[in-house]
Design a protein around this ligand. Sequence first.
Ligand code: AMP
Length: 116
Amino acid sequence: MEADCLFCRIVRGEIPATVVRDTETTVAFRDIQPKAPVHVLVIPKEHYADVATLAQADPTLIAEVMETAAVVAEHEGLLADGFRLIFNTGAYGGQEVAHVHAHVLGGAPLGPMLAR
Ligand code: AMP
């Protein structure tokens, strides 16, 4: 846990969030500025800066993040029409919050993967 990490503070309940799934090791909550009809963030409760760090440090935990993302996608009704799972990573990846998070996006056609 990092004292002033935004998402660690959500895990500790210090900042409110609309939680849609809470497991022993992960939390899923709605993005505060949704970019699609469904926009949920999935995080490990333990602090890792980004997906590359987490994947190398704890492959079991990243699998649990992916499992939670899949269950959220199912519960949000995204499996039939499809959805997008994004880990923005580092400066070039546009990562704003340095606590690894998967964006689960769906509920409408999302357009091309990258703006040109
Ligand atoms: P990224 O740019 O990949 O780091 O994404 C960070 C995401 O966190 C953005 O989509 C923000 O809208 C979202 N966000 C920031 N603060 C909060 C918050 N307090 N609760 C929920 N989502 C947040």
